[in-house]
Design a protein around this ligand. Structure first.
Ligand SMILES: Nc1nc2c(c(=O)[nH]1)N[C@@H](CN(C=O)c1ccc(C(=O)N[C@@H](CCC(=O)O)C(=O)O)cc1)CN2
Length: 283
């Protein structure tokens, strides 16, 4: 068997074709959406992700605002930047690019983001709404995973999904999304305390690997025909490596590669969240 590729890049392009007229309609009413990013420090991967987000904004007609700040910025000064964006009418949605340096308090910064401008769905109020099943912006990577599977017709209703990793940007909110009535999946969230990860993966119809451990998922762990999404990335001397061994493509029915799978979908869902927030906003 050779897996069908879940092509995140092509899907992102299709989503941008759908967003462009919606942005143009908002612009005609003088309500052009504006995405801001807050980037702290010099991490090359974070810089590359943020660059990609702004390039994408230009492609669909969303205005962009960049805040690039030194790694040694203090908490109070950074909170000042957040307050500025909360008050800026040109910024209709924004994100704090994660991770930020250890001396800063991520939780209190995310809490400070005006929930109406929370483009990442990571403000505790947005996450609480997700838990309660109320409308809210959804975290971009989990939303991108669900959207990618939906567009390729991968069945989630009644499926057993194994998620590797319980981080706040992927694993934990993904479990919440997949167990909504609209998705109706049964989720096993695996983490460092999971006794037999291979056993959990081998009975899953869908595997999402977001552990950040190169080649952790091997073909022997995968049920033939399962959908496998490679989300984790580790940057070594030989370049970036995903969590999924390349030979998994011989066993899986569907494979979301890394790069080219969930990463572009994360960007597409960020812009979707920004457009939706602008559409909801009252002039
Ligand atoms: N505030 C947030 N921070 C982070 C998030 C997030 O959703 N919100 N997720 C990740 C990083 N991320 C988005 O910010 C992200 C990761 C990867 C990609 C992407 O397009 N990757 C490409 C490869 C590009 C490259 O290697 O440079 C791919 O997979 O094809 C986009 C966004 C952590 N931080």
């Amino acid at each position: 068997m050779s897996a069908t590729i879940l092509d995140g890049k092509a899907t992102k392009n299709a989503i941008y074709d759908e967003l462009r007229p919606r942005v143009a309609a908002l612009a005609e009413q003088g309500r052009t959406p504006g995405l801001a990013t807050v980037l702290v420090g010099d991490d090359p991967a974070s810089h590359s992700y943020v660059r990609g987000k702004h390039n994408d904004c230009a492609r669909v007609g969303i205005e962009s605002i960049r805040k690039e700040l030194p790694a040694d910025i203090g908490q109070a000064e950074l909170e000042g930047v957040i307050d500025e964006l909360n008050a800026d009418p040109a910024c209709t949605g924004y994100i704090v690019q994660l991770p930020i340096p250890d001396h800063l308090d991520t939780g209190s910064l995310l809490q400070r983001v005006d929930v109406r401008k929370d483009a990442d769905g990571l403000n505790p109020v947005s996450l609480g709404r997700l838990v309660l099943g109320e409308p809210a912006p959804l975290p971009c990577t989990p939303r991108g995973i669900v959207e990618l599977l939906r567009r390729y017709g991968v069945e989630l209703n009644g499926a057993h999904v194994a998620v590797l990793g319980r981080g706040i940007t992927v694993g934990r909110p993904l479990g919440l999304l997949l167990t909504r009535r609209s998705e109706n999946a049964t989720v096993t969230l695996c983490h460092t305390g999971t006794k037999d990860v291979a056993a959990e993966l081998s009975r899953a119809d869908v595997v999402v690997a977001a552990a950040g451990k190169p080649n952790l998922v091997t073909p022997d762990m995968i049920k033939p025909g399962a959908a496998v999404l490679d989300v984790g990335v580790t940057r070594g001397e030989s370049g970036p490596l995903g969590d999924v061994h390349p030979d998994v493509a011989e066993v899986a029915g569907f494979l979301s590669p890394n790069p080219g799978g969930v990463g572009p979908m994360t960007r597409a869902m960020l812009l979707t969240n920004v457009v939706e927030a602008a559409e909801r906003s009252v002039r």
